[in-house]
Design a protein. Sequence first.
Length: 539
Amino acid sequence: MNTIKTIAFVLFMAVFQVTGLSAKTVGNTINITPQPQSITVSNGTCSVKGAKIICDKSFGEKTVAAVDKFAAALSLSCGTSKGGCRISFSQDSGLKPENYTIKVTRRGIKVTAPDRNGVLYAIATLKQMMPVAIYGTEPDEDADWTIPCCTIVDGPRFAYRGMHMDPCRHFWSIEETKRYIDIMAVYKLNRLHWHLTEDQGWRIEIKSLPRLTEVGAWRNGTMVGHNWASDDGIPYGGFYTQEEIKEVIEYADERGITIIPEVDLPGHMVAALAAYPELGCFGGPYEVRKSWGIANEVLCPGKETTFEFLEKVLGEIADLFPSEYIHIGGDECPKVKWENCPDCQARIKELGLEDDERYTAEQKLQNYVTARVQAFLATKGKKVIGWDEILEGDELAPGTTVMSWRGTIGGIEAAKKGLDVIMSPYTYCYFDFCQSRTAEEEPLCIGGFIDLKTIYDYDPYEGMEPGTEHHILGPQCNLWTEYIATPEHLEYMLLPRMLGLSEVAWTNPELKDYDTFLKGVREHQYKVLDAMHYNYRRY
Ligand code: ACM
Ligand code: ZN
């Protein structure tokens, strides 16, 4: 080797030693959750203390506002707005949606992204490379505000990265809902499935049907723990006004999160029946439920008034929520009332529905409800999502999205039929399940066992027929709140399992490694959660 070649080789080896070829290689030094698709570390650091931050106007006002907010947070947290490097955000329409790149050199940081979410995720990543004061409201001037020189090329594995919230079994204030959204945004989740109606409480103001919240939002007690035999007798309830709903939608949107509202129908409707008993098969009276489980009392699809009711509810909801999807529930709808209801039976006859070897006429009647609601929402420019029970009965209309919760079978079948799917199997994705195999060691939980590793190890393509994977929009975890009554408990059930979900939803499987992930959670993410004052379970 001549001298020049020797120097070049030595330099190459020096750089190679600090250069990760994959994100996993550098998981020990840069703790970012969810793990980015690629990080390459090089020599040197860049000081962001007092950084000057600029953003292409071409991104639009909302993106510029998000970058300004980041700039304000940075100058507050590091205690100065002068003297640091330059951080630039440039638009690159050639990148895929929600992707971003970050190039950190000694001189400054260059971010590129195609859209607002890409910018938000670049900011989320940069914040994870800074002292945790960036998440708080107090400066930490003595912290090390330098970040390692590196190149990050990143983007999500799945377009749909969802978390569900249940304000019906227990009610969550607007403030707590915003905290839920805040922490979703830190970990790059982008869909909040808001389960707004239930047997135990109707939680959204519908202006044309005031009794839904005057009556349906309140119950006369709540069962205590797992004791089904009695309740506490304490009146309980609450609802969100449409103004509050708009505030939450906007808050979520600023953080890159779309809210998908759910009106669970035709089952899980006892609160609505308590308000409008004529919507049931036999007219009631009905009482907003005080205990959990599945009610036999459901909407009567034999009566036209039921569809007039649904169109009023869904019409207001479609006008309120910008989401392209409305979730119409469809789960756990017993058919015993329909079997005995003259109106339902007349409807079955009129439609010519008959039992066959796979489905009963009543299951096909639910399918009729789904199709009518779907057709109505289509006139409002909305697509529907339903729990996997909507697969029962006749063929679903094209464009229906199935949320697979009773395991993965429903989702696998739906994808084979060419329908889109959100994977939310209770075997991996139910955060009301206990985080220990010994339930007594945990705060109240529904039973079962799902810990951080269970959700982390989930692959939404599990069991899929090859060639149908493109129908999986992404995963979602559900946090039902029958057994969760306080914000502290809610956060304990959410965190850090939601971080496991974030990596399932974001990171390509070949980069995932539970031990590396857990180390990052323990060494860095707990500090983030502490700085934001969340309650969480330690692993
Ligand atoms: C569900 O858990 N009943 C969708
Ligand atoms: Zn009926």
